[in-house]
Design a protein around this ligand. Sequence first.
Ligand code: AMP
Length: 280
Amino acid sequence: MEVYRDLAGLRAALAEARAAGREVALVPTMGALHAGHVALVEAARRPGACVVASIFVNPKQFGANEDLSRYPRKEISDIAMLTDAGCDILWLPPVEAMYPDGFATNVSVTGVSDGWDGAARPGHFDGVATVVAKLFNQVRPARAYFGEKDFQQLAVIRRMVTDLDFEIEITGVPTQREDDGLALSSRNVYLLPEERAKAVALPRALGVAARTILGGGEVARALEDATATLVGAGFTVDYVALVDAETLVADPAPGRRRQLRAAARIGNTRLIDNLAVDPA
Ligand code: AMP
């Protein structure tokens, strides 16, 4: 795997790959990689692909009181993991290259960014959209891969790609989980052992609610029960909701794809998870 820290070097390598007829695929990450990220790289590894992963802990998507300074950084093991996963190029831009003095542009995807995690984390999705737009212009991929775990982020990116005519095919990759069902996340390292033990209540509560709804149970009741289960397990619940999988509005109209979503805090750690609620 080649590692680039300067844009000119990255662009020269990508020009070479394109000249050789390879299709560039991008997997944006913030590092501290786990099997969820590896699943994105594996999805991107199609015949003839040149797979580029980026690692950039994007200050613009962290709120003032969030964990930017303590966000886990593991460059050496990340490089080993990406090499093993068959990634071709790692783009590791320094923060000064991404946001030089005078940087003044903000990409804001209204509507789909506004509720849920956007409400709990003001400015977060503007930071995500801005950095992803920038990565798209730097790498100019034909395809890009994002995890369904961050379901609202995926919806924001899809909206941005449509609205701004990026010629990029976006693929959502199913959530990778621990054996007990907890969604893998770089932030799981923050969980104390007793918090980690309780955290499994989140995927379990969503699973119960999804089965109830699919079985024809009352949606409001299923959401209330899931909330009560989470509170009982020691979570502070931000939301448990059934949303339209594209627009993320609550109470989806009949016939629309539906997603069950939850965000809840245990101790100082905010966890999110979601499940498709479709007969398929
Ligand atoms: P992050 O490094 O947390 O910004 O995540 C980088 C990408 O990996 C995003 O597209 C995430 O949605 C995706 N991702 C994170 N956790 C998982 C997971 N457990 N399963 C699948 N994709 C994930």
